[in-house]
Design a protein around this ligand. Structure first.
Ligand SMILES: Nc1nc2c(ncn2[C@@H]2O[C@H](COP(=O)(O)OP(=O)(O)OP(=O)(O)O)[C@@H](O)[C@H]2O)c(=O)[nH]1
Length: 315
């Protein structure tokens, strides 16, 4: 029996979270086309008869421009020092760059086994993939270099085999039925944040935060109250959209994703807005709501920057 921790590292947008989801087989880390989507360290557990691979997702390492950026980088480095295997992700469709060399240099100091993972293999032809494998191999003395595509599934199993090979001999670390150690509330908040990030401008990912305040069981349903925070008043309009349309979409998407995540079905969704724009949103929701199940939460918000979203998930 082998069991241990592994993580994927690499520059932002390299495909780390998508790969982790593909390996664990369930949506655990959120993904988006925006760089620096990941803010939490999330564990996904892959159970096999003779092994347990615990995957830790990290934010993309980047040149920090803010204190939050510095803290995210600290989180990455801390994770590196605690795992058994590290997969350095480098996309097949982008040149090996200074960022990759910088990360490789840092990894050389660690005790973990370092593999290179050439991600997004589906985006290039065989010749380009071969060239990228050579370029990546020249970066450092990696234990292995593995090309994969999380989207097509190409070599994902092989990557798991290779990673498992480098885990220490150990009894299993988590119970059989455990896929992640993230609390349910954090996972739902991440799903809402993912929905809120869709279609927003590049600068926004770090400016949106979501806190699930309450999850109330009502018979077979779970009523979820989530607060969406933005950093600046100017970002409010982006998150809310014309006549509340974006916020409503966020609620709908988050509900659908939560439903898929728990595979139980759902009944209703609702969004409501800030103190300033709340009534406009409620009106727009009401006027566009052909779905009779849409309900609204009326509430006075202490700050103009918080938007409350309510949706219900259930069988
Ligand atoms: N075609 C293709 N696209 C991929 C693949 N893996 C990831 N992507 C896309 O690449 C983008 C970034 O993927 P993420 O998994 O969020 O990247 P990340 O490295 O976790 O990003 P950060 O959270 O910024 O660190 C998304 O649009 C994914 O859909 C792949 O194997 N093939």
């Amino acid at each position: 029996m082998r069991a241990g921790f592994a993580c994927f590292v690499g520059r932002p947008n390299a495909g780390k979270s998508t790969l982790m989801n593909s390996i664990v087989g369930q949506k655990i880390a959120i993904t988006s086309s925006k760089p620096q989507t990941t803010r939490h360290v999330i564990r996904g557990v892959l159970h096999r008869e003779d092994s347990q691979l615990v995957l830790v997702d990290t934010p993309g390492l980047h040149r920090p421009r803010t204190l939050l950026g510095e803290r995210l980088n600290d989180l990455v480095r801390q994770t590196w020092s605690e795992v058994d295997v590290i997969g350095l992700c480098i996309p097949a469709d982008e040149e090996v760059g200074r960022g990759d060399r910088f990360i490789t240099g840092e990894l050389a100091e660690l005790k973990a086994t370092v593999l290179a993972v050439v991600t997004k293999a589906d985006l290039v032809d065989k010749k380009r993939l071969a060239e990228q494998l050579v370029a990546v191999s020249q970066l450092a003395d990696f234990a292995e270099v593995v090309p994969v595509s999380a989207v097509s599934g190409y070599q994902v199993e092989t990557l798991v085999d290779v990673m498992t090979k480098y885990l220490p001999e150990s009894p299993q670390l988590y119970p059989d039925d455990m896929l992640t150690d993230e609390p349910e509330q954090v996972m739902v908040a991440e799903l809402v944040r993912e929905a809120a990030l869709e279609g927003v401008r590049d600068e926004l990912p770090h400016s949106i935060a979501v806190v699930v305040e309450e999850m109330l069981r009502e018979g077979g349903l779970t009523k979820i109250y989530a607060d969406v925070y933005v950093e600046r008043t100017s970002q409010k309009a982006i998150v809310i959209g014309a006549r509340g349309s974006r916020l409503k979409e966020v609620g709908t998407r988050a509900r659908a994703r939560s439903r898929r995540c728990w595979a139980r079905g759902s009944t209703s969704t609702c969004t409501s807005g800030s103190r300033k724009t709340g009534s406009a949103i409620r009106n727009s929701c009401a006027s566009s709501a052909s779905d009779a199940l849409v309900r609204f939460v009326t509430r006075t918000f202490p700050s103009g920057r918080v938007y409350r979203l309510m949706f219900r998930v259930g069988p």
